[in-house]
Design a protein around this ligand. Structure first.
Ligand code: GLN
Length: 201
């Protein structure tokens, strides 16, 4: 039997509620992370979509930067959209101080403004199987450079949109807004529990 896990969702701003309801639907314990001490007992952290400039400012205002930086270096983390921007090594916007967990350079709002947001289906290679994912790109960033330790799991229009490095998963799109938990299950089974067997794909 798998040990129960506790997954935190950074809840300073943005769409943390959608991730919490996906966790709930999978009967995995989830909790909101609003201060540094909330990170103490977690097995994993999800950094949701939202506004990376605001989240970056709030991380400093609530004195979370040190503990958060430590956490994302050593434990399982998934950043979606704004969350992916926060995990980068370098961001094009100086108002965002990224946590530097993933060796990538990322550009904010790279597809255009809110009206240029769009939905599509993408193909991802998850645990050796090609799966279709529903993906909303909402003022999404584009990953412009990747380091050698990064694995690309999906590309869209020639750019990587789903990648992993060690225990970090990065999606530049939102899958959690859709009625499909595949990516959440992949994160839990293959990255958090590190159980390569039984990973969804
Ligand atoms: N444009 C936002 C940012 O730069 C990200 C949008 C999102 O998370 N959907 O932070």
């Amino acid at each position: 039997m798998k040990k129960p896990i506790l997954v935190g969702v950074l809840a300073l701003q943005g769409d943390f509620a959608c991730h919490l309801s996906q966790l709930e639907s999978l009967q995995v314990a989830g909790c909101e992370v609003r201060r540094a001490d909330d990170l103490n007992d977690l097995d994993a952290l999800i950094i949701p979509g939202g506004e990376s400039t605001t989240m970056s400012e709030l991380i400093d205002r609530f004195d979370m930067r040190l503990k958060l930086t430590e956490f994302v270096r050593h434990r399982a983390v998934w950043g979606t959209c704004a969350g992916s921007i926060l995990l980068a090594r370098k961001v094009d916007d100086p108002r965002v101080r990224p946590l530097g967990a993933v060796d990538m350079v990322i550009r904010r709002n790279a597809y255009g403004r809110q009206v240029h947001s769009f939905y599509d289906e993408i193909e991802a290679r998850l645990n050796g199987t090609v799966s279709r994912l529903k993906a909303s790109f909402i003022r999404a960033p584009i990953i412009e450079e990747l380091g050698g330790k990064v694995t690309i799991l999906a590309e869209y229009q020639g750019s990587p949109v789903l990648i992993e490095q060690g225990r970090c998963l990065v999606s530049t799109f939102h899958s959690e807004l859709h009625d499909n938990t595949l990516l959440t299950r992949y994160f839990l089974e293959c990255i958090v529990l590190d159980g390569r067997k039984g990973c969804p794909g």
